[in-house]
Design a protein around this ligand. Structure first.
Ligand SMILES: O=C(O)C1=C[C@@H](OP(=O)(O)O)[C@@H](O)[C@H](O)C1
Ligand SMILES: C=C(OP(=O)(O)O)C(=O)O
Length: 427
């Protein structure tokens, strides 16, 4: 149980959020596939990103950690060893789906297990294309645990049936280890960190319109990666400052990759006062500062093509919509049903518990704005993002918000409450 009551406080000052989760996972994966010593700075120290580290250690890669710096010493993927036990993916969908794209092409058997939440999430989205490449995967009804018997694969041209960076990356990684040219077509853009990072390791990826392709058996070389701040973590503060009167906040050194900044774009359409200053590139990733001030908000429409660029921020957007002037429909977000919890239902339940006027749609939520939220008990369903959205609600509810479980926040943002206490100032 965690009680949160920030009514009457505003968000003020400067802060930095920890390293990006998606980029941290990929840096460990590509650093392990490459030969030599790769150093990663500002690595996200969270339960999910450590799952990826542990998995590659089990494949024989030497990975050393000193605070947020990781040193990876690898002989390259050709010398990975069969793990002596199952690889535990914990709660991490990204680890499970991306590593599957690697394991299918390696000459040994691996079993992937995960926690209850991960064992409920669909794996057919990666199993289908990987089996098309010739992979041998046994699953429980297309869910974890899965057992992979690695072997030589053949390249495919695959069109993503769902907008998913995890599926895109799994196929590209399998393609990287497979003779010939593997191509993936996406209907709408999804986060492109894998494609941006590969050239940092000397790899080549081609992009023509919506089609990405890789040639297999490329030689990857060690490098050094500096991970930008996580825009998904920064979004909690962007939202909180936008809806809490008298707030004025700067979040520094955040990744501003355009495939990830959809939340800022949507909030700006709602009239939010947000300015971004791009200060530099870290590798191929844009990095900058975000300045946010409280402002009056109005509803906007949500389009299918942009949803992937803020998919993890949708529960937060729903909370923001309770404070806008009018009715807002958040549509095209059925993918939320397949995250750590059914986030569509968990968000609906949370907003109802907080006294908002909200309707569950087939593919989203309809939210009446200008709600006076009332603190209540929130069931987080063990989902880190739901727990953090519930905490942010504590800035605008007139009574305490109580989370049944806040420990799940360690999955992506262990320093969330430290950051919260740093910037929440009683007025
Ligand atoms: O590739 C990634 O790092 C991620 C992709 C998204 O999932 P999908 O690919 O399932 O949309 C996102 O929800 C997840 O938090 C991280
Ligand atoms: C969906 C998420 O992560 P994953 O799919 O890696 O579990 C998330 O972090 O919100």
């Amino acid at each position: 149980m965690k009680k949160i009551d920030f009514n009457g406080a505003a968000l003020k000052g400067n802060l930095k959020v920890p390293g990006d989760k998606s980029i941290s996972h990929r840096a460990v994966m590509l650093g392990s596939l490459a030969k030599g010593h790769t150093r990663i700075h500002n690595f996200l120290q969270s339960e999910d990103s450590f799952r990826t580290v542990e998995a590659f250690r089990s494949l024989g890669v030497q990975i050393e950690k000193e605070q947020d710096v990781l040193d990876i010493y690898s002989d390259g993927w050709g010398l990975f060893q069969a793990p002596t036990s199952s690889l535990d993916m914990g709660n991490s969908g990204t680890t499970a789906r991306l590593i599957s794209g690697i394991l299918v092409a390696l000459p040994f058997e691996t079993t992937l297990i995960g926690d209850d939440s991960l064992c409920r999430r669909p794996m057919n989205r990666i199993i289908t294309p990987l089996i098309q490449m010739g992979a041998n995967i046994k699953s429980h009804n297309n869910r974890l645990p899965i057992t992979i018997n690695g072997r030589n694969l053949f390249p495919i041209n695959y069109t993503l049936p769902v907008d998913s960076a995890q599926v895109k990356s799994a196929v590209l990684l399998a393609g990287l280890l497979t003779e010939g040219k593997t191509a993936v077509t996406e209907k709408n853009p999804t986060r492109d960190h894998t494609e941006r990072m590969l050239p940092m390791f000397g790899g080549e990826v081609n992009k023509h319109d919506q089609v990405l392709s890789v040639h297999g058996k490329q030689r990857l070389q060690h490098t050094s990666i500096s991970v930008p701040g996580d825009i998904s973590s920064a979004s909690f503060w962007i939202a909180a400052a936008s809806i809490t009167p008298e707030s004025h906040l700067t979040i520094k050194d955040v990744g501003l990759n355009p495939t990830r900044t959809g939340f800022i774009d949507v909030l700006k359409r709602m009239g939010a006062n947000i300015k971004t200053d791009i200060t530099r590139y870290e590798g191929e990733e844009l990095v900058g500062d975000i300045h946010v001030k409280y402002s009056h908000l109005k509803p906007t429409s949500i389009y299918q093509h942009e949803v992937a660029s803020f998919i993890d921020e949708v529960p937060l957007l729903a909370l923001v919509a309770t404070q806008a002037e009018g009715t807002m429909k958040i549509k095209h977000v059925e993918e939320l049903k397949y995250k750590e919890s059914n986030r569509l239902e968990a968000t609906f339940e949370m907003l109802q518990a907080l006294n908002a006027n909200v309707t569950l749609l087939e593919d989203g939520l309809q939210i009446e704005g200008k709600s006076n939220l009332v603190g209540n008990q929130i069931n987080t369903y063990g989902d880190h993002r739901i727990a953090m959205v519930g905490s942010i609600a504590g800035f605008i509810t007139n009574q305490t918000v109580t989370l049944n479980d806040a420990a799940c926040i360690n999955i992506s943002y262990p320093t969330f409450f430290d950051n919260l206490y740093q910037i929440a100032k009683q007025m």
